[in-house]
Structures are given as structure tokens and as C-alpha cells.
Ligand binder design. Sequence first.
Ligand SMILES: Cc1ncc(COP(=O)(O)O)c(C=O)c1O
Length: 463
Amino acid sequence: MNRPADPAADPVTALKRDNAQFLWHPMAHPKAMKTEGQRPDIIARGEGCWVWDIDGHKLLDGVAGLWSSNLGHSCRPVRDAIMAQLDELPFFNTFRGTTHPRAIELSRAIVELMRDDGVAAVMFSNGGSDAVEGALKLARQFHKLRGDNDRHKFIAMRQGYHGVHFGGMSVNGNSNFRRPYEPLLPGVFHIDSPWLYRNAYTDDETKLGEIVAAQLEREIVFQGPDTVAAFIAEPIQGAGGVIVPPPNFWPRVREVCSRHGVLLIADEVVTGFGRGGAMFGTRLWGVQADLWCLAKGISSGYVPLGATAISHNVADVFEADTSGAASVAHGYTYSAHPVAAAAAIATLKILVADDIPGLVARRSPAFQQRLRGLEQRVPFVGNVRGKGYMLGVEMVADRARKTPLPKTSDIPARVARAAYRRGLMVRVSGPNLILSPPLVISEAELDFLCSTLEAAFDEVAAA
Ligand SMILES: Cc1ncc(COP(=O)(O)O)c(C=O)c1O
């Protein structure tokens, strides 16, 4: 039974106690909150690219909240847009029959931003999982509208992450997120990830791109092309360990999907809005998707927002319908929440005016190259990989044999703690450390990030 809170406890102690007692966290065992050494860090304040925990430690935010706070934590124009919107209209819905100015303005801003990508319209939601769910549902509806009633299957990639709703979870390529909630959506199939460091085929990047794209084609043919609705993938796999595909992979995937009438869904929840060094991840690979899933950086994490961007070839089929079947039977109370939309409009203006993707493209190669040096520096670092401001450091038990760390290894957590003590927040995901700093990080801050991470690795290696 819950014990009554101790009114005499100081505010910091009271918050820690209440967190352990009352709050279940995403992706965590509830008991961990009560276990010394596993309790979460309570982040109380943010300014620029820095955050402070409740005990007063100052940390460089190496994860941008969670791939989200791309403009840092004190972007005045975004904050002002939010405050103005709260004064003007805190909430109204966008279901059939009503809407509000910010939803309309943001839809136009996104379509203009993505005009060259072939985008015709956008459908809003509250986050990345929602954006994925919307894309999967529109994909099925698109085929039904064309009379392709059997095209209901989805193909996705191992190591992929597409959020936590039943659809997104079913296309996820990591069993940790799937097993507790099975059975999942039927008719979902997975191909390999074009993962250069760990694959069964080749060390040659171009060949790997060909092999995995051919695997996609074989899977489509095996399932029967007339049964496959869409292939969904991240332009760079993020949560799976920052897996950057070979440059030929997405162009080949685009060809394969087009040849078989399969829609291509780009899950750009992480890569969208500049993180990879281009405004969108699909632009990095020179392709256009049919549907894009957007969230996180869309509002720089200030207020939750998701969006599914819809290409002309999908939108045209919906708009040509005269039967009523194209009515979108999907949406959330808070789709295009006015405060979130205001934050996103302000965010997009800055991304474009300051050419933030260009900034990332210019600054990130030195960042990537410096941290790649960890492969030589640290005996238990197997592979450092990334693009733009997405970087993964994979730790191994034996570098020569690429032997994975045992699941119980505490090495990644020890490195993360060492970095934390030295003033850098990083994220552990399995055997990987993941870095995704705010896109506005300065060169001096990047230097601090790299030297702190190197020192943290040195400390653990020496121990
Ligand atoms: C590629 C990708 N898709 C979808 C999601 C789910 O987004 P959300 O956590 O906002 O629901 C994430 C979250 O990290 C993601 O990385």
C-alpha cells in the first residue's frame, strides 16, 4: 500500500520519493525507480544546449531531450509563439466541421517546405507513434480506394523503431518492444537491416545495399505484390543503434516499391527537420517517399506534435473518390493542437531562416570523425557510426571477433554515468551509446561533448 508522503521531507527528497512511489516510466521496470543506481535523473531546468538536474548538476544535453529539442531549451521565438497562442486560443479541435488558424498555417508551411519532395497535404497528430499509425492506415485505405482490397500487408526492417502503438509496434524490428504485447498485427514481415558492421553477407557497402534491396523485392514477390500495402523504414535507423544505410539502398528500395505498387513510408520522426544534415532523411538519399512520418523536431520538442505528410500520388487517389470511402476515419482530439502548431510554425521559420540543416551538414563531419577515434582509443568500442548529429557507439566484448557485449554487461551504463559526472548527458540503448545533440550546438560545446565522452570512456577503460 502507498505510504502517505512525509510532509517534513525537503522538496528534492520529496520529489525523488514520489517518483519512486507514484510514477511508472516508459521503457523501464517500475521497481527500478525504487532501486539505488537505477533511479532516473530528474531534470529540472534547461537553457540553450544545457540542462540541470534536481541536485544542481549542469549537463550538456547530448540527446536533445530525446532527439527532439533541436533548437535547444530556451529558444525565445518558439516560447513567445506558445505564450501568444495560449492567450489567443489554448485549444480547439480540427475534426470535421472546425479548425483553427494555426493548423492551417502549419499545414501550408509543411507542404511548402516539402513541395520538392512531392508532398500535397499533411495530417496532424500528437507524436511519432501517431504519425506512424496514420501512415499505416492511410496506406491501407489508399489501396482499398483503388480496389486493391488484398493489399493489407506491411514489410519493415529488423532493428527498426516505429513507436509503440499496435501498428508501429508490429512493424518494429526489435523483439524487446514486441514480446510483452504479442500477438501483434497480422501480415507484417521483416527483412534485414543494411547494417554494414553486422550482417551475414558482405563488408562491401554497395553490395550490401543491393543485397538487402533484393531481399525486399523477394519478400514482396513471395508474399504476392497484390497483398503488400507498404514498406516502412527510417532513412537512418535511430533507436536501433544509429544504422546508416549504404547510399544505394534507398534509391534501390524506391525502385522496388514503385515496380510492385507498394507504398514507401519514410519514418522521419528522428531524421526529419535537419538532424541528418538535410531537411529530411529521404533527401540524404535522393528519394521521395509516398508517406512521411514526422514528429519530435517539428516543434523542437516544445509541445508534442506529430504529422503524416502525404504525397500527390496518394492524395490524388483520396481526392478523386466520390463514394465517401476516402473519408479519413482517423484523428485525435489534440491533432494539430493550436499551441503545438504555433510552436512548430516558429520552429520551421528558424530552421529555414538559419539554414539549420546546412549548419549540421557543415559541422557534423568533424564531430563524426573525432568520435570515430574511439574505435582506436577504447578496447571495448567495436564500431562508431552515424551521420549528421546522430551517432552511435557500439560496445563489444571482443573487438576482433565483434563479439556482442553480454546483455547483463554494465559497461554502457558505467560510461554513461562517467559522462554524467563530468557534465554530459548521453543515452544508453542496449550495447550502444547514442548521441543526438541539439542542432544549434556550438563548436565549443561540441568540443566539450567529444572531450567529455573520450574522458568517460578512458575512465571506464582504465578501470
Ligand atoms: C523513428 C521513430 N519513429 C517513431 C517514434 C515514436 O515516436 P513517439 O515516441 O513520439 O511516439 C520514434 C521515437 O523515438 C522514432 O525514433
